[in-house]
Write a protein that binds this ligand. Structure first.
Ligand code: 6PG
Length: 229
């Protein structure tokens, strides 16, 4: 199925962060108004940090938020290189989301055990209101990497051969990430230009597999878009 994608080119990483934070705030307000709760999947990596910092300054109904993660690195709990730790520093420790509403992937248990433990939480949360993701220079997203086959029936994958270290990771599946009312993917910097070009050309990249029936909004800066001035 060809995912419908809307490309939004912004001036620079800060503009991407501002627009992303705006979209997250609006998605939260819609979800809370319609259903009383906002179920969001946070992206890993460095790109979302500025968005998270901007969100942390917003006056939102944080008690209605339910926070999940798209993927996690198999590192000890509280390791600074974990995606959940990065989100804590930039956002979750700065806003009054109840701790029981934040669902880190227990990747410290090891990939298989963590995937098995997280799958029922994801199943109970679907569909997410908003899934936020980054994209790697090779077109990966979450911990779904090119050239790998992931079991279609799985809600959450144990990953052992990630080319982006650490090799052992846990990732929501493409289908789980696609079970969302909105999908927002962020890409900034010239390092993402080749992946974005391949994505735009229709290459079967992991990042291009996310969306399903949902229109995917991609926020990029000019460097990632490869805008020829
Ligand atoms: C991770 C992320 C990964 C990330 C991309 C982009 O564990 O690193 O889940 O999928 O989103 O690799 O990373 P940057 O935002 O740091 O470029």
């Amino acid at each position: 199925m060809k995912v419908r994608t809307r490309w939004h080119i912004l001036e620079d990483p800060h503009a991407v962060a501002e627009e992303a934070a705006r979209r997250v705030r609006e998605a939260a307000q819609r979800a809370i108004s319609d259903r009383g709760v906002f179920r969001i999947v946070l992206a890993g990596g460095r790109t979302p940090r500025d968005m998270h910092l901007l969100l942390a300054r917003a006056d939102l109904d944080w008690t209605r938020w339910r926070v999940y993660f798209g993927d996690e690195r198999c590192l000890p709990a509280h390791d600074s290189e974990r995606n959940s730790e990065a989100a804590k520093v930039a956002l979750l420790d700065r806003v009054p989301i109840p701790v029981q509403s934040i669902h880190p992937i227990p990747a410290e248990l090891g990939a298989e055990a963590a995937a098995a433990a997280y799958a029922p939480l994801v199943a109970a949360a679907l569909p997410f209101d908003l899934v936020t993701l980054g994209v790697g220079e090779d077109g990966h997203t979450a911990s779904l990497f090119p050239g790998r086959v992931y079991p279609v029936a799985e809600i959450v994958h144990a990953v052992h051969d990630a080319p982006k270290l650490p090799a052992d990771r846990v990732s929501l599946s493409s289908s789980s990430l696609s079970r969302a009312r909105e999908v927002l993917i962020l890409a900034t910097g010239a390092g993402k230009r080749d992946a974005v070009a391949a994505w735009r050309a229709g290459d079967a990249l992991p990042v291009a597999s996310v969306g399903g029936e949902t229109v995917v909004d991609v926020l990029l800066d000019r460097d990632a878009w490869g805008d020829l001035r």
